[in-house]
Design a protein around this ligand. Structure first.
Ligand code: TMP
Length: 199
């Protein structure tokens, strides 16, 4: 089947199932003859590695961190996202610019600045927000928690995500249900957008 490049971002708080569903979606698309790749932020590149180590530090200047997330995103866009879109892949990114617009708005309290430093970010064709109560999300996070994984912080991030969804038309999916139910809804949404190209 012919697909044409398409860019989908999967967003949500920690423990909302982004990685599980992004990978399932890539498998589903490839099975249906649509060339698709999984990618994520923070990336596994040099800047992504710095970000992962900073997440375990107690105090980091939130603006330094916001700039690093933006820098990692620009590399991601240049080295992975755009080249694969050009090769007509469906690119599925596990977190992208709305992660910064939500998390870094909370950490810096400066939404306009966060938007400004991310203004290069190519808008995805579709952004899916896996919405979930932080209490439930955190109960699914098994490893040692990072600075970002505190309930009161994630409450604020969730509110910010929902506000952005309203303004920018993100597709909200209730992630409190079973993996099968959530995935079915994701597939329905994606199929709607890809209909003209693939089905
Ligand atoms: P991960 O657990 O999805 O790999 O992401 C690591 C953490 O980084 C997660 O707690 C959210 C945070 N994060 C931001 O604060 N801003 C961003 O732009 C991105 C991509 C992630």
């Amino acid at each position: 089947m012919e697909s044409g490049g398409f860019f989908i971002a999967i967003e949500g708080i920690d423990g909302s199932g982004k990685t599980t569903h992004s990978k399932k979606l890539v498998r589903w698309l490839n099975k249906h003859g649509v060339k698709s790749i999984y990618t994520k932020e923070p990336t596994n590149g040099d800047i992504g590695r710095i970000l992962r180590s900073l997440a375990r530090k107690k105090s980091v200047d939130p603006r330094v961190e916001a700039l690093l997330f933006a820098a990692d995103r620009l590399e991601h866009l240049n080295k992975v996202i755009q080249p694969y879109i050009k090769k007509e892949y469906v690119v599925i990114s596990d977190r992208y610019v709305y992660s910064s617009l939500a998390y870094q708005t909370v950490t810096t309290s400066d939404p306009e600045w966060v938007k400004e430093i991310n203004k290069f970010a190519l808008k995805p064709d579709l952004t899916i927000l896996l919405d979930l109560e932080p209490r439930i999300g955190l109960s699914r996070v098994k490893r040692n928690r990072t600075r970002f994984e505190e309930e009161s912080f994630l409450e604020k991030v969730r509110r910010e995500y929902l506000r952005l969804a309203e303004i920018d038309g993100l597709k909200i999916v209730d992630a409190s249900r079973s993996i099968g139910e959530v995935f079915q809804e994701i597939v329905r949404e994606v199929a709607k957008y890809l209909k003209n190209k693939v089905i």
